[in-house]
Write a protein that binds this ligand. Structure first.
Ligand SMILES: [Zn+2]
Ligand SMILES: [Zn+2]
Length: 333
């Protein structure tokens, strides 16, 4: 029988359609060239070494032991926002707007074209995360920036046309209403229980262990009880902090390993599926709150949202979270 489950942190409902439930391996990606079978260097790729002039000047460059760059952060050439836009606000009738002030960064994760986060060494993934954190810390000093959203689009159905491994970060002058709604739910939980709902979830999921994908002393990666799509995974830090910018070097070293392991399980288990990952955090002004907690969310693009999802804001998940987690636990890395 179908179940309608609710996520205790976001209060969002999902239909777990057990009648339509597919076996985990049914979500395996269609035949296409997996990342590791592509050429290591592409002459026309703007992110490959030798083509640095094809991107705007970098705001951060990490150099490796051999003297060449390992990670670069550059402004997105076709950025959604611009630091040149005025930070003004206008209101007239139904027209309410603010200037498109902000930053849209691209982080090139590796000099190699034919790799992806799942295939990088844990230290390389940790270096990507620390470059993102350091850039986010720099941007957080800009008082006009209210909210920072780091994310990765892997593959065309996840919204990217560039093969070269990269992630992005958008820094906004406003707080999106979706983020504000989730904040309000987390605050309400804190008012009722006196604890952070994400701290509670990390502990409860780790104890129950049935939805855990992998974990260590700093992070627990699990498929939430009310995951809204197949293999949707959360990686929660055990230490309470509301902002990703507050993550320590030790935590990011650990996250490099947990993120790589989770993505490699997806890569091997489902055949390099397209996915998005997002680092969710509170607005910058909420640095010290006890009720909001940063985390990383991975959404493999193995199904498509359609009319029901658009019409209701809720999802139908055709995979049982407990089965998906057991499937991923069994994939060797
Ligand atoms: Zn490339
Ligand atoms: Zn917490």
């Amino acid at each position: 029988m179908p179940e309608i489950r609710q996520n205790i942190a976001t209060k969002e409902w999902v239909i777990i359609a057990t009648e339509r439930a597919k076996r985990p391996e049914d979500f395996t990606a269609e035949q296409r060239t997996p990342t590791h079978l592509r050429p290591p260097h592409v002459a026309t790729c703007p992110f490959c070494p030798g083509n640095e002039a094809m991107t705007p000047p970098p705001s951060l460059v990490r150099i490796g032991a051999d003297g060449s760059w390992q990670q670069r952060i550059v402004p997105n050439k076709f950025g959604a926002l611009s630091p040149a836009a005025p930070a003004v606000r206008l209101e007239e009738g139904v027209a309410r707007m603010t200037g498109g002030y902000g930053f849209h960064d691209v982080l090139i994760e590796s000099p190699l074209h034919n790799t992806t986060t799942a295939l990088l060494a844990p230290e390389e993934v940790a270096a990507t995360l620390s470059a993102l954190r350091d850039r986010a810390r720099e941007l957080a000093r800009d008082e006009r920036i209210a909210q920072i959203i780091p994310f990765k689009n892997h593959g065309e159905s996840a919204g990217t046309s560039l093969e070269h491994p990269h992630c992005q970060m958008v820094s906004l002058p406003i707080v999106p209403s979706h983020i504000r709604q989730r904040l309000e739910e987390a605050m309400r939980y804190f008012d009722e229980h006196g604890t952070c709902v994400f701290c509670d979830m990390a502990r409860l999921e780790s104890e129950a262990a049935i939805r855990v994908v992998c974990e260590d002393e700093h992070f627990v990666a699990f498929i939430p009880y009310a995951a809204f799509s197949p293999f949707h995974t959360w990686i929660l830090p055990r230490r309470h902090r509301s902002l990703f910018t507050q993550a320590s070097d030790e935590e990011l070293a650990s996250l490099g390993n947990i993120l790589k392991t989770t993505l490699l399980k997806l890569y091997r288990g489902l055949g390099d599926p397209h996915y998005n990952y997002m680092i969710r955090m509170a607005p910058l002004a909420y640095e010290k709150v006890h009720w909001s907690h940063w985390y990383l969310s991975i959404v493999p693009k193995v199904t498509r949202a359609a009319g029901f999802e658009l019409g209701s804001g809720m999802y139908i998940n055709t995979a049982l979270p407990e089965e998906s987690a057991a499937f991923l636990r069994a994939v060797t890395t």
